[in-house]
Design a protein around this ligand. Sequence first.
Ligand code: UTP
Length: 299
Amino acid sequence: MTVRVRKAVFPVAGLGTRFLPATKVVAKEMLPIVDRPLIQYAVDEAVEAGCDTLIFVTNRYKHAVADYFDKAYELEHKLETAGKGELLELVRNVVPAHVRTIFVTQPEALGLGHAVLCAQPVVGDEPFAVILPDDLIWNRNGRGALGQMVDHVAAHGGSAIAVENVSADKTGSYGIVDVEQFDHQVGRIRSIVEKPRPEEAPSTLAVVGRYVLEAQIFEHLHNTRPGAGGEIQLTDAIARLLQDSPVNAYKFSGTRFDCGSHLGFVEATIRFALDNEKLSDSAAAAMQKALDELAASAH
Ligand code: UTP
């Protein structure tokens, strides 16, 4: 049986406290890396993976996310009459025509697990993807991280969670997995623990924001009580899921930028600027100039 993953859930109802004061009015997912908001990179990855139903879990402060995917009549009209065809295409094609967007509300920021549970009425009884847009994964010229995972699930079934190696002192910032028969790319997860101290971590394989989950996860989310940080954690529900169904850790090809942190956001900006056809030379020169000035002022 081939499993097809059609639906992708984007939990975007967090408070984004690490980016205050910017996120006081601008949703974190709308912050741009060069010219496109984080949410656009995530949507492109889901569409490339074959998803045609995008479910955004938002809250009352995040109208901008829904507005971004809505038709902008006045803007489109102005661009059209000004003959700005290229810009018009950009504005019109934030999602391709065959893809539909659905918005559900998380009334209170009770945690990532709770946000995913809010999507249950739309997801129903089929496997689905979860993408956290602040984990921006770049696989230049290759299949996106979610696409790689969807392919794996189509061939082998079960659930898949994206992982990458982190340094031992960073385990306290991630869900960490213990994996059996890890072949450097995939292995079945034996256990998963949220934000362990380095001395308690079962490995340094950290969960990052891409998941392909079987619908049984919802049952477990219903029964999950608040865990780390007082939030309903997706990790805790996955810990139960893996007791009755295979959940694989999947080490994707690509570079992940943690755009929920200041450093990761800056790194992504540098990388995408250097890779941008129109910008790369002048961006490299600007970076060099800044470094030279800094070095000169240190003397
Ligand atoms: P984070 O842990 O990054 O939290 O959430 P956050 O609120 O976005 O940011 P900080 O840590 O306060 O700066 C991981 C993902 O889960 C979503 C967030 O929007 C983000 O995509 N989330 C988190 C929800 O949708 N609802 C929640 O209740 C919590």
